[in-house]
Structure formats: structure tokens, C-alpha cells
Design a protein around this ligand. Sequence first.
Ligand SMILES: O=C[C@H](O)[C@H](O)COP(=O)(O)O
Ligand SMILES: C=C(OP(=O)(O)O)C(=O)O
Ligand SMILES: [Mn+2]
Length: 455
Amino acid sequence: MSTWSPTSWKTKPITQDVAYEDPKELEDVVTALSRLPPLVTSWEVERLRELLAEAQQGRRFLLQGGDCAESLFDCRPDIITNRQKIILQMSLVLIHGGHRPVIRVGRIAGQYAKPRSKPTEVRGGVELPSYFGDLVNRPEFTPEARRADPRLMLACYHHAAMTLNFVRSLSDGGFADVHHPEYWDLSFFRNAAVPSELREEYEQTTRKLGEALRFMEALGERKVAELTRVDSFTSHEGLNLHYESAQTRQVPWRKGWYDLTTHLPWIGERTRAPDGAHLEFFRGIRNPVGVKLGPSVSPENAVRLAEQLNPDNEPGKLVFITRMGAQRVQDALPPVVEALRGAGRLVLWVCDPMHGNTVSTSSGIKTRSFNDVLREVESSFDVHERLGSYLGGVHFELTGEDVTECVGGAVGITEQDLERNYATLCDPRLNYRQALEMSFHIARRMSRLPRVPRL
Ligand SMILES: O=C[C@H](O)[C@H](O)COP(=O)(O)O
Ligand SMILES: C=C(OP(=O)(O)O)C(=O)O
Ligand SMILES: [Mn+2]
């Protein structure tokens, strides 16, 4: 295999490439980025690898979530706080149901680059480049906004740093109300759409959770603080390799290279070609790495990806995030899981129930149905249970805001509601109540998992 360097990806064919007009401007930005401090540290990255290795053994569960497309404009205290809160609340529900610790990872502080199905967008007869995320261009439909601007990489770096700074400060005690489920917005329980036995079960769960947290509080604040400390693990799709490689470096006393823009970068469904630039870049970094796998992946291809990205089969290194769609998961997932097991390859299986379930309404609005999303999660648990493997995590596009982007859930969002508060810059997200309700369903399913010895 040829020698790897942070820029060896440039010798390989690349998909979803960004056409920057001025190479000098790009080079200046990359140089500036490479001189700035890292956003995360190698020891945090190594810590996450250890946690993921324990998740592979069935001892932990991963909850990964956040915006589809993070936006510079939404780098605001209320939005960041609400997003951290919903992830934290969901994780407490999952810990309660699943009887194992949850690793919380945000799609935050860098989820700024978007692969698109079409390179251009047409509105009213005018054709402009598509919006590729704030790392590349801007969402407004004007030629200036849609021009790929390398300086946005610096703006995103700065906003990622500010986001992370706030998230890290919040971790230390900024969430007192989260310890008390009686302060959560559980109004979805009361909706007539929730059958009474489920409502009773949810109420009981909430009561028990509240009692457990209060008991721990009585034992000493430190214990609750530990349980509810918002780990500041971040993740994003490592799509724009100029940005990723500019922050990829060696650190004293450790071997190898770290992509220090984030703890857990992942390769998207559209850029996982075995001979492509993204595989080349990702094979050389020490970070744990995610790979999205849609229904078109062949079992052989999945094994090859594991061999390329983790040749030494190290624990905690590889996270396979399957997104088959509720309709396909029962057929498409088992051969992939079996092939990996047959090849003796270690991966953490995670279900992304969002990206295989996107549909357009008759008026052309992208949405997802709560039921489809839930069905894919439940079917994934069933498949893994049947095969004797472990579904070790879930991956959601969600927000802590009261948006109307996905239909369904006990809050009963309909197609007509979508226009009321459709705020996403790319894909539809679960809103606060839908996300919390989803966690109760998952916790219910997780209560059937075998108990694990304490860590
Ligand atoms: O987030 C995933 C992709 O970027 C997104 O689904 C692509 O959306 P598009 O089909 O509107 O381009
Ligand atoms: C682009 C994404 O997903 P996928 O690569 O699975 O389509 C995403 O997670 O936003
Ligand atoms: Mn998305």
C-alpha cells in the first residue's frame, strides 16, 4: 500500500468535491487552519476509543445526535443548551431502560459540510450550486451566497470552538433541572394517541428515574454530576478533506496522526468508495471512525472497508452506522452483519434510522415519519438479537427546539404542520418531544437486552 500522509487523499478520485475558484485563497486558509490549536485532544480521542471498545462488548450504548446541518447562525446559547439537554435526557432514559452506561456524542462543533444528491438547485428557472453546508457556501439562494468560499472554513472552525467552549462549561453543573424528570416536558404522555398502558409505563419510568436521581443526589452531588455530566464528545461527517487534513497532526508521546477537528469523524454513504479520497484520508488517522452503510453496500464491500480502515482489528476503532430504511433493514442488514462476523472483524453496530427513511410530501417538503424511524430502530434490534450480535447505539438527527420537520409521534405532527416551523437547512430532525418519546420506546426495547456485568 502506498505511503499515507494527511494530504495523500489528493492523489485519489474524490466524490462530492468542492470547486474552489482561487487555489491561493484556499491554500492560505488551509495554512491558517493548520496553525490554530486543535479543537479536541488526542487523550479525549483515545478515551472515546476505550469507551467504544466497551460498547462493542455490549457493556455500553452509544447515543449520537444533533443537527443534519449545523449552522453558524444557530451558534446561540439557547439552541446549544436545548440540544445538550435533550441528548442528556434521552441518555438518562436509555440508561434506565438498558441498564448500561450511555456514551453521548453530539453531531456538533463541526457538522457543517453536507453531501448533496444534486450539484445544483433550480428555483424559478434560475440554476445555482446547491447548498453544501456552512463550511462550503451559504444557504441563501443568490450567486454570491452559493459560491464556495474557503474563508468559511475559518468561520466554522471559530464557531466550532465557541460551541465546544460553551458545551464544556455547561457540563460542569449547568443542568440542575435535568436531574429532575418532573421538570422535563413530558406533555406527549398525555396525548390521546398514547395508549393508556404505555402512558402508565412511561409515568412509572419517569417516577423511578426521578427517585433514583434524587437518591444519588442524597448520597452526594458528585455521583449525580458524574451520571449527568455532558460528555463533550463531538462528531461530524469528515466530508471536506481540506478542513480535516489541515487540523490533522502528530502529538508528543503518541504514535500516529490525529484528526483534531473532532473525536469521531465519519465517512458518509456517498463518499465511502474503497479506492476514493475519503477512504485514503480516514485510513491514516488514529481517531475512531464511523462509516455510514446504506442498503446498496455489499457484504464483501463492508468487510473490505473494515480491513482498510482497521487493518489491525483494534477494538473501539470502527463504528458501522447502518441506515437501511425501515422497509429494507430486515433483508439488507443480516448479510452485512454475518459477513463481518465471518471475517472476524470488530465493529460497533449503530443504527441511523433517519437517512433511509426520508420522503418528500406532495408539495416537495422533505420529511420522515416517526413510525418509520422507530420501526427501523426496532427492526435493527430484532436483527441483531436474532444473529446474536449487539446493536450498540443509535444515531439521530434531532434538535431541542419545537420544530415541525418530521411527521407523527404522540405530538401528532401532520403534513400540514410542516410549514409552521420547518427550520432545518438540510434534512428533517426530530423535535424535542419526538426525540424524548423516541428514547422511551428505545428504552423499552432495550430492557429486553441481556444484563451485563458491571464495569
Ligand atoms: O444529510 C444527508 C444528505 O446530505 C442529505 O440527505 C442530502 O439531501 P439531498 O438529497 O436534499 O441533497
Ligand atoms: C449525510 C448524512 O448521512 P448519509 O451519509 O448516511 O446519507 C448525514 O448523516 O447527514
Ligand atoms: Mn442528514
